[in-house]
Design a protein around this ligand. Structure first.
Ligand SMILES: Cc1cc2nc3c(=O)[nH]c(=O)nc-3n(C[C@H](O)[C@H](O)[C@H](O)COP(=O)(O)OP(=O)(O)OC[C@H]3O[C@@H](n4cnc5c(N)ncnc54)[C@H](O)[C@@H]3O)c2cc1C
Length: 329
């Protein structure tokens, strides 16, 4: 066997060859660019190199199409049909077709899309298909630990603070599960803690920090959560991030009110709203950027900060109230 590190071997190890150039294009555009660049060379496409014959051997340019593995079910003029990437394996197509039990509406989220939500996963059903997205969920757990430490320090480890801290940590756990075992069950394990955190925080900030009447606070929660879930099935525009626009508007509005009321560190909620807006942008452009890990990990990192700022605002509010109550007795 050749000791040349560029040596390519087939699956059965009975055939090996040394191409001058090897490419693993990420998109059809990249394939076209490579073909244009090597128009004078002999170009050979390979799939998984499972052929035992010398069919895949090439000495000049080898195009490995493993990344062109998407399966999309599309609405066409004459009905619904699949478009399958040139490097897609049959097992992946079977997997997608098994998942796809519904009539597909273009732009509406369905089961097969769960594997294709994030650029880093790129429709791969594997557990570690999103290592960066999975690991950056640690930011939520770190935010919870930092909030816990602050609440202990300020003697504001109240039930409400503990609820927020526990929900922040569970967001990290739920999101980690969804970014490793992407299915409908883990999708809900991701969404439910986020929604519960939003409900708890809107109640605490609306009712106690901004001092809205009970009915108005409940109304705000119903509108925000209702609009979020109404927007949830729509993958476009914003790459599924429409879900987060109602809470962004709510936190911006509450933040502005707290700012005007000049509570402790009044910049916290406006800052949280600003960081949240940047995080939504990062979530929305996941498929637009030219690097394969996408930008969803930034959504996690920035949201860890948003959760910490929100919890800090509540903990400081609690601490000031406790100090005020103590000073009266
Ligand atoms: C364990 C095992 C079991 C197998 N069982 C069977 C079997 O039951 N029945 C059977 O028929 N075969 C079987 N095969 C053979 C295998 O299915 C074929 O060799 C098949 O072509 C391998 O596909 P590949 O994507 O790995 O192609 P490669 O080996 O990578 O390439 C084979 C040829 O196809 C071309 N090619 C690959 N992808 C493309 C593309 N996207 N566009 C244009 N050309 C392309 C290549 O240039 C090359 O000429 C088996 C192989 C293995 C290893």
């Amino acid at each position: 066997m050749s000791s040349d590190p560029r040596t390519v071997q087939n699956f059965g190890r009975n055939v090996s060859f040394v191409p001058q150039q090897v490419y693993q294009p990420q998109s059809e555009d990249e394939v076209l660019r490579i073909l244009a660049e090597h128009r004078a060379s002999r170009v050979r496409v390979v799939g998984r190199l499972h052929s035992y014959s010398e069919a895949a051997c090439c000495e000049e340019v080898m195009l490995d199409l493993r990344h062109l593995n998407s399966v999309r079910i599309e609405q066409r003029e004459n009905g619904v049909g699949p478009t399958i990437g040139a490097g897609c394996q049959v097992k992946r197509v079977v997997l997608f077709l098994l998942f796809d039990r519904s009539c597909i509406q273009p732009g509406v989220l369905v089961m097969h899309d769960l594997l294709c939500l994030y650029r880093e996963r790129n429709c791969d059903p594997g557990f570690w298909a999103e290592p960066i997205n999975a690991c950056t969920n640690a930011s939520f757990v770190l935010a919870a630990l930092a909030a816990w430490s602050l609440a202990s320090l300020r003697r504001a480890l109240t039930e409400s603070s503990c609820v927020l801290i526990a929900l922040a940590a569970s967001i990290g756990v739920g999101s980690f599960l969804f970014h490793t075992c992407a299915n409908h069950s883990t999708m809900w394990l991701d969404i439910i803690p986020i929604s519960l955190f939003q409900i708890a925080f809107l109640w605490l900030a609306g009712r106690y920090m901004v001092q809205l009447p009970t009915a108005a606070t409940l109304g705000l929660i119903v509108v925000v959560i209702g609009l979020s879930f109404a927007a949830m099935p729509f993958h476009k525009p914003l790459n599924g991030s429409l879900f987060y626009l109602p809470p962004l508007l709510a936190i911006a509005g509450l933040g502005l009110t707290v700012w005007l009321q000049r509570g402790p560190e009044p910049f916290l909620l406006p800052l949280a709203a600003t960081v949240f807006a940047i995080a939504i942008l990062a979530r929305s452009i996941d498929w637009k950027v030219p690097f394969p890990c996408g930008t969803h990990f930034l959504w996690h990192l920035l949201n860890g900060l948003v959760l910490y700022l929100s919890m800090r605002a509540w903990i400081l509010h609690q601490a000031v109230r406790a100090a005020f109550t103590e000073s009266r007795f």
